[in-house]
Design a protein around this ligand. Sequence first.
Ligand code: FMN
Length: 336
Amino acid sequence: MSVQIGNIDLGEFPLLLAPMEDVSDPPFRYVCKQHGADMMYTEFISSEGLIRDAAKSLKKLDIFEYERPIGIQIFGSDIEHMREASAISSQAGPDLIDINYGCPVKNVACRGAGASLLQDIDKMVAMTKAVVEATHLPVTVKTRLGWDDNTKNVQEVAMRLQDVGIKALTIHGRTRAQMYKGSADWTLIREIKKNPLINIPIFGNGDIDSPEKAAAWRMEYGVDGMMIGRAAIGYPWIFREIKHYFKTGQHLDKPTFAERIDACRTHLVKSIEWKGPKTGVFEMRRHYSNYFKGIDNFKEYRMKLVTAGTFEELEEILHEIEHNPKFENYVHSVEI
Ligand SMILES: Cc1cc2nc3c(=O)[nH]c(=O)nc-3n(C[C@H](O)[C@H](O)[C@H](O)COP(=O)(O)O)c2cc1C
């Protein structure tokens, strides 16, 4: 059975790329889309920034046709500002608007936005209603299990947000207090999915990092799809590997070394296209170690990659890496 969000048909058991600040920008989304992500989101965008016309926030609204379906994720603490941000984001032409009620970091959650709304469900409901009213697009929500171990209220959240019109819910199986520590626990996600009163798609999120785990958790928790974040960083093949495993029960071959260099180069080219040569080269630096994670004797090249200042220099280094016989038989494995 196909998963539907409004009029968006996501096929059976979609794999979503998680919104990740400073990571899931258009260049990264390009490589994830190439390798099988079924739906993607922008990094979270501050409603205050959008209203103030802050250049950084507006830039994050950039989306491209080949990315569809894509959601713009917004966050904030003020209901009227979120209403406005919903309208502004809709004009950028995404397929849906997503609200972040999951961000645990201090300067978001302690300013009344992100996961802090888990402490005030009435306000969360009112905010969601305002966002839904301000757009013609489907609205989805991403949240956590609750604020902490004593207040895992995501069941109430699911019911009440469905009532005010959200079209899908993604749940990260951690509380705010856990931040990113410990392991994700999807037990409550299964309970929500089983609740006969819940009829919107429920996506599970947290710690999916291999085809085996994806297949096992799909069976165990009965979710409608999964959202993947960290495992896709430097390893966009995770999407197609999981899909292949679902279909055949077999492992797809790991990407070759040449494929990995190719993905890294594409990421770099897209980064420069979208950010310009200076920022494009600079911001790509955080990605090299991910594309080449776990390779012995790579330090020297890593240093070269993160200090090179131009595309031409980087091209030369990548070319050198590609033709260095010492990496010939290298096969990448996902490590988180
Ligand atoms: C670097 C980084 C940035 C993130 N930024 C966002 C964000 O902007 N919006 C959001 O909803 N979640 C954000 N998250 C959380 C992820 O979307 C996801 O919920 C979390 O990483 C758990 O999934 P994973 O185990 O597949 O990575 C971020 C996570 C990381 C690691």
